[in-house]
Design a binder for this molecule. Structure first.
Ligand code: NI
Length: 319
C-alpha cells in the first residue's frame, strides 16, 4: 500500500471512530444506573457522568476550533481548564441524556465538516498557547482516539466498584447479575447479522458470548463441580489448563464459529442459569478462606463470571 493510501485509510478509521462514538456512549449509558453514574469509584478520577459530560464539553470546544482554523489564518486557540469544568455542577449531574443529545447532534455536524474538507485544508492550523501549531489532521487524530480512551476509563471506573471481595454469597450474586444484565442489554439491541459480524476485524458478539460460556462452564464443572479440568478441555491428563488458555480459547473459537447462532445463545443462557444456581449453594467460608497460594478460591469464581463479562461487554459497544 502506498504511503498516501495508508494515510487515507488511517484518516477513515479516525473518522469512523468519531462517527460512532455518540451511539457507543448512549448504549453504555443505558446500562448504568444513577449510583454508578455519579460515584467516583476510582479515587481521584472522574465519575462515569463526569466522563460523559467532559466528552460533550471537549468536543464542543474542538468543533469550534476546527471551524476557526478553517475560516481564519492560524487563529489562536483558547485553552480551558478541563478539571475545573468537570468539577462544575452541570458536569456532575446524573442527567447525562443532555450531553448524549449534544454529542449526537454535534458529531453529525462535525462529520459534515470533515467530509467537506479539501485535501489541502487538512494542513490548515491554529496556534495553541501550550501545544503550539495544531493542524486539522492532528485534531482529527487526537479526537478520533479521545472517545475510546474515555470508554476505557469508564469501564475501569465501573470495575473499581468491585475492588473488595464480595462479603456474602448474595453480594457475589448481585455483582454477577449486574454485569450479566449489562452484557445482555447490549446484546439484545443487536440483530442476528450483527451478532455474527466481526467487530473491528476481531471476534463477533456471538464469539464473545461463546467464549464467556466456555469459562462459565469451567467455573461450574471444575471450580464448583470438581470435574478434572483436562477432561473438560480435552487436554492431556496432568496438563494445566491455565497454562494453555490461548490454545483453549482458539479451539473454542473454531468450534463456536461452526455453531448456529441460536445454539450459542441458548447454551449461554442455560450455562449461566446453572452458574447462578450453583452460586446460591456455595459453602461460603470455604470459598473466602485463603488457599495454599494465599488467595481465596472465590477469586476463581469472580474471574470467570462478573470480571470476565466486564472484560468483554466493552467490545460489544462497537458492534
Ligand atoms: Ni476472555
Amino acid at each position: 500500500m502506498s504511503a498516501q493510501s495508508e494515510q487515507l485509510l488511517l484518516r477513515q478509521t479516525q473518522l469512523n471512530a468519531l462517527a460512532r462514538l455518540p451511539r457507543q456512549l448512549a448504549r453504555l449509558a443505558a446500562t448504568v444506573d444513577e449510583h454508578e453514574l455519579t460515584t467516583p469509584f476510582l479515587a481521584g478520577e472522574w465519575s462515569v457522568a463526569q466522563n460523559l459530560h467532559h466528552l460533550a464539553d471537549s468536543h464542543m470546544n474542538s468543533f469550534l476550533r476546527c471551524k476557526l482554523i478553517l475560516t481564519e489564518e492560524e487563529p489562536t486557540l483558547k485553552p480551558y481548564n478541563q478539571d475545573r469544568w468537570a468539577a462544575l455542577a452541570d458536569s456532575q449531574t446524573a442527567a447525562v441524556h443532555s450531553s448524549l443529545a449534544l454529542l449526537h447532534g454535534l458529531h453529525t455536524r462535525w462529520m459534515d465538516f470533515w467530509n467537506a474538507l479539501e485535501e489541502n485544508d487538512w494542513q490548515r492550523a491554529g496556534l495553541h498557547p501550550e501545544i503550539g501549531r495544531v493542524t486539522l489532521a492532528t485534531l482529527l487524530r487526537i479526537y478520533g482516539a479521545h472517545g475510546a480512551a474515555h470508554l476505557l476509563q469508564i469501564r475501569q471506573t465501573l470495575a473499581a466498584q468491585y475492588h473488595t471481595l464480595p462479603a456474602t454469597p448474595a453480594e457475589l450474586l448481585a455483582r454477577v447479575d449486574r454485569e450479566w444484565t449489562r452484557l445482555q442489554t447490549l446484546l439484545a439491541e443487536l440483530d442476528s447479522s450483527t451478532l455474527e459480524s466481526p467487530i473491528d476485524g476481531g471476534w463477533s458478539p456471538k464469539l464473545h458470548l461463546a467464549h464467556l460460556t466456555l469459562w462459565e462452564n469451567y467455573l461450574l464443572r471444575h471450580l464448583v463441580g470438581g470435574e478434572a479440568a483436562h477432561l473438560l478441555f480435552q487436554l492431556d491428563p496432568g496438563s494445566d489448563p491455565l497454562a494453555q488458555i490461548d490454545t483453549i480459547n482458539a479451539a473454542d473459537e473454531a468450534r463456536s464459529q461452526q455453531l448456529p447462532l441460536d445454539v450459542v445463545l441458548e447454551e449461554a443462557q442455560r450455562v449461566h442459569a446453572a452458574v447462578r444456581a450453583a452460586l446460591l449453594t456455595l459453602e461460603w467460608p470455604e470459598w473466602v478462606r485463603p488457599g495454599a497460594d494465599g488467595a481465596p478460591p472465590v477469586n476463581g469464581l469472580i474471574a470467570n463470571s462478573y470480571e470476565h463479562y466486564l472484560e468483554h461487554w466493552h467490545s460489544l459497544l462497537a458492534a
